[in-house]
Design a protein. Sequence first.
Length: 267
Amino acid sequence: MEEENRFMELWNFPHAIGAIDGKHIVIQCPFNSGTDFYNYKSHFSIVLLAVVNAEYNFLYAHIGAQGRISDGGVLKSCSMNEMIENNILGIPPPQRLLNRNKEIPFIFLADSAFSMSENMMKPYAGIHPKGSKQRIFNYRLSRGRRVVENAFGILASVFRVFRKPMLLQPDKVQVIAMATIHLHTICPGFAAQYEQQCSHQYVQPMINEKHLVSMLLELLHHPARHLPFLLDSICDTVQVHCSLLLAHNYAIPLPLVQSVYMWKYPQ
């Protein structure tokens, strides 16, 4: 619930618990790999798939997928489906929004490269008229989702090894990339240089060392026909809720205490 509160207070998007996206880490051509690591940008790469909270901190990461695989494809090959089904993630049950009767699930914010599911929200496809609920919803979702892109930018700005191809094999690159995420997570000061570029006050999380947990999470995928609710209904609810939020001036509270989760690539 803390993550959801921060997304609503900082980015005016309700029921969001994280933003997800993928980043290509450019490498040299691995031995005997053919075109497995050759991506659509005409580079050899591995994919860093990450979930970030409202304050540019990494919550989950998966590193090592071949560059030819899309972000959505990487997501499909992950194991978060089982974790969600077993309620390991601890995602709260659907709840009502302000002045609305329909219960809405808690969601991860994604772009059009991902498939929509009960806990994964992506924007409407196509171009929509100015002032329409679809365009307002897409703007709000994009505004909340950009935190993951900003987190990648901070990571590349601080650890400049990402600015050029790594002349290493994928297994070595995985270790380096995961080390940078660890450092970014346990040293919040790395993001301080980004503070002046933000439109809100950066809130530095406090680290509880007793709750550093190593885990690798992947994300859920369901066909659209299996969704228990319609996107139109959610967008209508979110549009009304965002309008109510914009009518008030919300103050940013004091820093919150939260646990920091770490990851380790499986051997």
